[in-house]
Design a protein. Structure first.
Length: 312
Protein backbone atom coordinates (compact mmCIF):
# COMPACT_ATOMS: atom_id res chain seq x y z
CA UNK A 1 0.00 0.00 0.00
CA UNK A 2 1.75 3.11 -1.26
CA UNK A 3 1.18 6.72 -0.25
CA UNK A 4 -0.64 7.41 -3.53
CA UNK A 5 -2.66 4.16 -3.60
CA UNK A 6 -6.42 4.56 -3.96
CA UNK A 7 -7.87 3.82 -0.53
CA UNK A 8 -11.56 3.70 0.37
CA UNK A 9 -12.77 3.95 3.97
CA UNK A 10 -16.45 3.41 4.75
CA UNK A 11 -18.31 4.53 7.85
CA UNK A 12 -16.16 7.56 8.53
CA UNK A 13 -18.92 9.17 10.58
CA UNK A 14 -18.47 6.35 13.09
CA UNK A 15 -15.85 5.57 15.70
CA UNK A 16 -13.62 3.19 13.72
CA UNK A 17 -13.96 4.71 10.26
CA UNK A 18 -13.17 8.20 11.52
CA UNK A 19 -10.07 6.91 13.29
CA UNK A 20 -8.77 4.98 10.27
CA UNK A 21 -9.22 8.05 8.08
CA UNK A 22 -7.50 10.27 10.65
CA UNK A 23 -4.49 7.94 10.97
CA UNK A 24 -4.17 7.49 7.20
CA UNK A 25 -4.02 11.26 6.81
CA UNK A 26 -1.46 11.53 9.61
CA UNK A 27 0.66 8.93 7.80
CA UNK A 28 0.49 10.98 4.59
CA UNK A 29 -1.69 8.74 2.46
CA UNK A 30 -2.96 11.11 -0.18
CA UNK A 31 -5.46 9.33 -2.44
CA UNK A 32 -8.28 8.77 0.02
CA UNK A 33 -11.99 8.22 -0.57
CA UNK A 34 -14.32 8.61 2.40
CA UNK A 35 -17.87 9.11 1.11
CA UNK A 36 -20.73 10.28 3.29
CA UNK A 37 -23.82 8.10 3.62
CA UNK A 38 -25.50 10.29 1.01
CA UNK A 39 -22.62 9.74 -1.42
CA UNK A 40 -22.46 5.99 -0.77
CA UNK A 41 -25.52 4.23 0.61
CA UNK A 42 -24.21 0.78 1.54
CA UNK A 43 -27.76 -0.54 1.74
CA UNK A 44 -28.21 0.14 -1.98
CA UNK A 45 -26.37 -2.51 -4.00
CA UNK A 46 -26.60 -0.61 -7.29
CA UNK A 47 -25.17 2.58 -5.80
CA UNK A 48 -22.32 0.64 -4.20
CA UNK A 49 -21.43 -0.95 -7.55
CA UNK A 50 -21.60 2.40 -9.33
CA UNK A 51 -19.39 4.08 -6.73
CA UNK A 52 -16.74 1.38 -7.02
CA UNK A 53 -16.79 1.54 -10.82
CA UNK A 54 -16.29 5.29 -10.63
CA UNK A 55 -13.52 5.38 -8.01
CA UNK A 56 -11.71 2.02 -8.60
CA UNK A 57 -10.15 1.72 -5.12
CA UNK A 58 -7.18 -0.60 -4.60
CA UNK A 59 -7.60 -0.96 -0.83
CA UNK A 60 -10.82 -0.92 1.17
CA UNK A 61 -11.29 -0.57 4.93
CA UNK A 62 -14.96 -1.24 5.74
CA UNK A 63 -15.90 -0.81 9.41
CA UNK A 64 -19.35 0.59 8.59
CA UNK A 65 -22.00 -1.19 10.65
CA UNK A 66 -25.22 -0.80 12.59
CA UNK A 67 -24.00 -0.97 16.18
CA UNK A 68 -25.10 -0.49 19.78
CA UNK A 69 -24.79 -1.73 23.35
CA UNK A 70 -26.65 -4.52 25.16
CA UNK A 71 -29.93 -2.60 25.47
CA UNK A 72 -30.03 -1.70 21.78
CA UNK A 73 -29.16 -5.25 20.72
CA UNK A 74 -31.94 -6.73 22.85
CA UNK A 75 -34.55 -4.24 21.63
CA UNK A 76 -33.70 -4.25 17.93
CA UNK A 77 -32.40 -7.69 16.83
CA UNK A 78 -34.20 -7.58 13.48
CA UNK A 79 -32.27 -4.54 12.29
CA UNK A 80 -29.00 -5.66 13.89
CA UNK A 81 -29.18 -8.82 11.79
CA UNK A 82 -30.83 -7.59 8.58
CA UNK A 83 -29.14 -4.19 8.12
CA UNK A 84 -25.65 -5.45 8.93
CA UNK A 85 -26.01 -8.47 6.66
CA UNK A 86 -27.27 -6.33 3.80
CA UNK A 87 -24.74 -3.52 3.97
CA UNK A 88 -21.73 -5.79 4.47
CA UNK A 89 -22.77 -8.16 1.65
CA UNK A 90 -23.18 -5.18 -0.68
CA UNK A 91 -19.71 -3.80 -0.07
CA UNK A 92 -17.84 -7.14 0.19
CA UNK A 93 -19.36 -8.73 -2.93
CA UNK A 94 -19.24 -5.52 -4.95
CA UNK A 95 -15.54 -5.11 -4.12
CA UNK A 96 -14.88 -8.74 -5.02
CA UNK A 97 -16.79 -8.51 -8.32
CA UNK A 98 -15.19 -5.19 -9.28
CA UNK A 99 -11.66 -6.52 -8.82
CA UNK A 100 -10.64 -5.04 -5.46
CA UNK A 101 -7.79 -7.22 -4.19
CA UNK A 102 -7.38 -5.87 -0.65
CA UNK A 103 -10.28 -5.66 1.79
CA UNK A 104 -10.38 -5.27 5.59
CA UNK A 105 -13.63 -6.24 7.33
CA UNK A 106 -14.28 -5.62 11.03
CA UNK A 107 -15.83 -8.04 13.49
CA UNK A 108 -15.84 -7.85 17.28
CA UNK A 109 -14.87 -9.93 20.30
CA UNK A 110 -18.59 -10.17 21.09
CA UNK A 111 -19.13 -12.62 18.23
CA UNK A 112 -17.09 -15.34 19.93
CA UNK A 113 -18.96 -17.99 21.99
CA UNK A 114 -20.16 -16.81 25.39
CA UNK A 115 -17.92 -19.20 27.30
CA UNK A 116 -14.80 -19.17 25.15
CA UNK A 117 -11.47 -20.29 26.57
CA UNK A 118 -9.51 -17.28 27.83
CA UNK A 119 -7.63 -15.53 26.37
CA UNK A 120 -9.68 -16.11 23.22
CA UNK A 121 -7.86 -17.38 20.14
CA UNK A 122 -9.28 -16.98 16.65
CA UNK A 123 -10.07 -20.71 16.39
CA UNK A 124 -12.65 -20.34 19.18
CA UNK A 125 -15.14 -18.90 16.68
CA UNK A 126 -18.27 -21.09 16.40
CA UNK A 127 -17.00 -23.50 19.08
CA UNK A 128 -19.95 -22.78 21.37
CA UNK A 129 -23.21 -20.91 21.88
CA UNK A 130 -23.36 -17.16 21.35
CA UNK A 131 -24.35 -14.63 24.00
CA UNK A 132 -28.10 -14.12 23.50
CA UNK A 133 -28.06 -10.36 24.19
CA UNK A 134 -26.06 -9.70 21.00
CA UNK A 135 -26.81 -12.84 19.00
CA UNK A 136 -28.31 -11.01 16.00
CA UNK A 137 -25.28 -8.73 15.59
CA UNK A 138 -22.93 -11.70 16.07
CA UNK A 139 -24.67 -13.81 13.42
CA UNK A 140 -24.47 -10.95 10.92
CA UNK A 141 -20.79 -10.31 11.59
CA UNK A 142 -19.94 -14.00 11.41
CA UNK A 143 -21.57 -14.18 7.98
CA UNK A 144 -19.46 -11.25 6.77
CA UNK A 145 -16.31 -12.74 8.24
CA UNK A 146 -17.00 -16.09 6.58
CA UNK A 147 -17.74 -14.42 3.23
CA UNK A 148 -14.33 -12.72 3.35
CA UNK A 149 -12.63 -15.99 4.28
CA UNK A 150 -14.29 -17.83 1.36
CA UNK A 151 -13.21 -15.10 -1.07
CA UNK A 152 -9.70 -15.30 0.32
CA UNK A 153 -9.57 -19.09 -0.01
CA UNK A 154 -11.02 -19.34 -3.50
CA UNK A 155 -9.43 -16.30 -5.16
CA UNK A 156 -6.24 -15.63 -3.13
CA UNK A 157 -7.37 -12.03 -2.68
CA UNK A 158 -6.23 -10.28 0.50
CA UNK A 159 -9.59 -10.25 2.29
CA UNK A 160 -9.39 -10.49 6.08
CA UNK A 161 -11.27 -9.61 9.27
CA UNK A 162 -9.99 -7.73 12.31
CA UNK A 163 -11.57 -8.75 15.61
CA UNK A 164 -11.17 -5.90 18.14
CA UNK A 165 -11.98 -5.94 21.82
CA UNK A 166 -14.38 -3.29 23.21
CA UNK A 167 -13.53 0.01 21.55
CA UNK A 168 -13.77 3.60 22.72
CA UNK A 169 -12.34 7.01 21.91
CA UNK A 170 -12.89 10.09 19.81
CA UNK A 171 -16.07 10.17 17.72
CA UNK A 172 -17.89 7.49 19.73
CA UNK A 173 -21.68 7.19 19.88
CA UNK A 174 -23.19 8.90 22.94
CA UNK A 175 -26.83 8.19 22.17
CA UNK A 176 -28.37 6.91 25.41
CA UNK A 177 -30.06 4.01 23.60
CA UNK A 178 -27.19 2.91 21.36
CA UNK A 179 -23.92 3.67 23.16
CA UNK A 180 -21.45 1.10 24.47
CA UNK A 181 -20.27 0.95 28.06
CA UNK A 182 -17.63 3.72 28.25
CA UNK A 183 -19.64 6.40 26.39
CA UNK A 184 -22.75 5.25 28.29
CA UNK A 185 -21.03 5.85 31.64
CA UNK A 186 -19.66 9.22 30.47
CA UNK A 187 -23.13 10.21 29.32
CA UNK A 188 -24.64 9.25 32.68
CA UNK A 189 -22.00 11.34 34.43
CA UNK A 190 -22.84 14.27 32.17
CA UNK A 191 -26.52 14.01 33.10
CA UNK A 192 -25.71 13.55 36.79
CA UNK A 193 -23.58 16.71 36.79
CA UNK A 194 -26.25 18.67 34.95
CA UNK A 195 -29.01 17.61 37.33
CA UNK A 196 -26.89 17.51 40.50
CA UNK A 197 -27.49 13.77 41.01
CA UNK A 198 -25.11 11.83 43.23
CA UNK A 199 -25.88 8.32 41.96
CA UNK A 200 -24.88 6.63 38.69
CA UNK A 201 -27.11 3.67 37.80
CA UNK A 202 -25.65 0.99 35.52
CA UNK A 203 -26.98 -2.24 34.02
CA UNK A 204 -25.91 -5.70 35.22
CA UNK A 205 -23.95 -6.69 38.30
CA UNK A 206 -20.71 -4.86 37.56
CA UNK A 207 -18.80 -8.14 37.80
CA UNK A 208 -18.41 -8.79 34.07
CA UNK A 209 -14.87 -8.24 32.80
CA UNK A 210 -14.05 -6.40 29.60
CA UNK A 211 -10.93 -5.65 27.57
CA UNK A 212 -10.90 -2.12 26.15
CA UNK A 213 -8.87 -0.79 23.22
CA UNK A 214 -8.47 2.85 22.24
CA UNK A 215 -9.74 3.15 18.69
CA UNK A 216 -6.57 4.71 17.25
CA UNK A 217 -4.66 1.57 18.26
CA UNK A 218 -7.10 -0.50 16.21
CA UNK A 219 -6.75 1.85 13.23
CA UNK A 220 -2.97 1.46 13.28
CA UNK A 221 -3.33 -2.31 13.53
CA UNK A 222 -5.65 -2.33 10.50
CA UNK A 223 -3.20 -0.30 8.42
CA UNK A 224 -0.28 -2.54 9.43
CA UNK A 225 -2.27 -5.67 8.56
CA UNK A 226 -3.23 -4.26 5.17
CA UNK A 227 0.36 -3.31 4.34
CA UNK A 228 1.69 -6.72 5.39
CA UNK A 229 -0.71 -8.69 3.16
CA UNK A 230 -1.43 -11.00 6.09
CA UNK A 231 -1.65 -14.78 5.89
CA UNK A 232 -4.64 -14.99 8.25
CA UNK A 233 -8.32 -14.48 7.48
CA UNK A 234 -9.01 -13.48 11.13
CA UNK A 235 -6.87 -11.34 13.42
CA UNK A 236 -7.67 -10.45 17.03
CA UNK A 237 -6.73 -6.95 18.20
CA UNK A 238 -6.82 -6.33 21.94
CA UNK A 239 -5.03 -4.27 24.56
CA UNK A 240 -4.38 -7.13 27.00
CA UNK A 241 -5.91 -5.00 29.79
CA UNK A 242 -8.95 -6.45 31.54
CA UNK A 243 -11.19 -4.71 34.08
CA UNK A 244 -14.58 -5.27 35.72
CA UNK A 245 -17.39 -2.89 34.82
CA UNK A 246 -17.57 -1.82 38.47
CA UNK A 247 -13.88 -0.85 38.55
CA UNK A 248 -14.21 0.81 35.15
CA UNK A 249 -17.05 3.00 36.38
CA UNK A 250 -15.04 4.03 39.44
CA UNK A 251 -12.05 4.85 37.22
CA UNK A 252 -14.16 7.04 34.92
CA UNK A 253 -15.68 8.84 37.91
CA UNK A 254 -12.21 9.54 39.25
CA UNK A 255 -10.95 10.85 35.90
CA UNK A 256 -14.04 13.03 35.49
CA UNK A 257 -13.56 14.34 39.04
CA UNK A 258 -17.15 13.64 40.01
CA UNK A 259 -18.21 12.08 43.28
CA UNK A 260 -21.21 9.80 43.00
CA UNK A 261 -22.46 6.45 44.21
CA UNK A 262 -22.49 3.61 41.66
CA UNK A 263 -25.44 1.22 41.70
CA UNK A 264 -26.27 -1.73 39.45
CA UNK A 265 -29.52 -3.15 38.13
CA UNK A 266 -28.89 -6.91 38.29
CA UNK A 267 -32.21 -7.59 36.53
CA UNK A 268 -30.48 -6.60 33.29
CA UNK A 269 -28.02 -9.27 32.04
CA UNK A 270 -24.28 -8.71 32.10
CA UNK A 271 -23.78 -10.25 28.69
CA UNK A 272 -20.67 -12.36 28.16
CA UNK A 273 -18.86 -12.73 31.52
CA UNK A 274 -15.38 -12.31 30.03
CA UNK A 275 -13.88 -11.48 26.61
CA UNK A 276 -10.08 -11.30 26.82
CA UNK A 277 -8.43 -11.73 23.42
CA UNK A 278 -5.24 -13.49 22.43
CA UNK A 279 -3.62 -10.94 20.11
CA UNK A 280 -0.49 -12.88 19.15
CA UNK A 281 -1.23 -12.72 15.42
CA UNK A 282 -1.32 -8.93 15.16
CA UNK A 283 1.65 -8.59 17.51
CA UNK A 284 3.65 -10.89 15.21
CA UNK A 285 3.24 -8.20 12.53
CA UNK A 286 4.99 -5.63 14.70
CA UNK A 287 1.93 -4.01 16.29
CA UNK A 288 1.39 -3.34 19.95
CA UNK A 289 -1.11 -1.10 21.76
CA UNK A 290 0.27 2.31 22.67
CA UNK A 291 -2.57 3.85 24.70
CA UNK A 292 -3.36 2.48 28.16
CA UNK A 293 -6.91 2.44 29.49
CA UNK A 294 -6.25 5.31 31.91
CA UNK A 295 -4.57 7.42 29.24
CA UNK A 296 -7.28 6.58 26.70
CA UNK A 297 -10.14 7.52 29.00
CA UNK A 298 -8.39 10.78 29.87
CA UNK A 299 -7.95 11.55 26.15
CA UNK A 300 -11.60 10.74 25.51
CA UNK A 301 -12.80 12.82 28.46
CA UNK A 302 -10.64 15.81 27.45
CA UNK A 303 -11.96 15.59 23.89
CA UNK A 304 -15.56 15.50 25.11
CA UNK A 305 -15.10 18.55 27.32
CA UNK A 306 -14.26 20.51 24.17
CA UNK A 307 -17.04 19.04 22.00
CA UNK A 308 -19.89 21.56 21.93
CA UNK A 309 -22.34 18.86 20.85
CA UNK A 310 -21.63 16.59 23.82
CA UNK A 311 -19.72 18.69 26.38
CA UNK A 312 -19.39 17.11 29.82
Amino acid sequence: MKKNSKILVTGTNGLVGASILRILKEQNYRNLYYPTRKELDLLNEKKVKNYLEKTEPEYVFSPAAYVGGIEANMKDPINFLSLNTKLQNNIILSCYNSGVNNFAFFGSSCIYPKYSKQPIKENELLNGKLELTNEAYAVAKISGLKLCSYIRKLSNKNYFTLMPSNLYGQNDNYDKNYSHVIPAILNKIKLAKKNNINEIKLYGTGKAKREFLYVDDLAKAAIIAMKKNVKYSMINVGSGEEITINKLAKLILRISDYRAKISFDSKVPDGTPRKLLNSDRIKSLGWKPKISLIKGIKKTYDFLKKDINIRL
